[in-house]
Design a binder for this molecule. Sequence first.
Ligand code: ADP
Ligand code: ADP
Length: 225
Amino acid sequence: MAGIEITDLHKHYGNLAILNGVNLRIEDGEFVTLIGPSGCGKSTLLKIIAGLEAASSGSIRIASRVVNNVPPQQRDLAMVFQNYALYPQMTIRQNLAFGMKVKGFTKPEIERRITEVANTLGLGALLDRRPRQLSGGQRQRVAMGRAMVREPQAFLLDEPLSNLDAALRTVMRSEIKTLHQRLGRTMVYVTHDQVEAMTMADRIAIMQNGKIVQYGAPDDLYSRP
Ligand code: ADP
Ligand code: ADP
């Protein structure tokens, strides 16, 4: 099962320290939001968990296995970014299928996964359209779908809704929450929006200057006397 455990993680670029001893233990299936001011190291932490950046020191465990030297494609997680880079010339179906094709999945398996993800995300009627024919919210759903077809144990979401307008953000928040309840997968969700952090999370990690300074359930963190 895919809990994530970060121990004394440091990251520096030359002399510039970005992460200064991050400790964080995320239980399997938990929804954790990571919040903190711009530049405090949230994206860097997420990229290191995903394997897209290397740690300077410290350990990252996924499902109890130390993954510091495991390449991203073998970490069993998927990332969703705010700029949902879809391939503009491809249809939604082709966008969803692309990664699986590259990996040599069989056609029936590709179709099974696309059908399942399209049903879950309400994309069925959009599969033959191209990205430019979709609204922002629909595109964000496709980006989520591209992560879901990987069937990862854990999702890492980096401000996935920040390009959407307020009304759509509210809708998508509850969709992502529902998705979490349905899939029961671990989700780590970076945001700088406190309301988002509070309403979505099982636990919130507050980050400052490259460290987790508080970690707990929303009620424990924000309604102490
Ligand atoms: P956040 O996601 O909290 O806004 P980031 O993790 O993106 O923060 O960035 C943390 C700090 O690391 C920032 O000061 C940023 O400028 C710096 N940083 C990020 N990537 C690099 C890099 N490749 N080289 C040097 N500095 C970087
Ligand atoms: P695509 O770019 O369509 O997803 P692939 O699935 O072949 O194509 O991905 C290429 C590499 O990029 C993979 O080795 C994988 O590790 C990484 N990758 C792609 N999408 C994600 C994602 N959502 N999260 C994490 N890693 C990803």
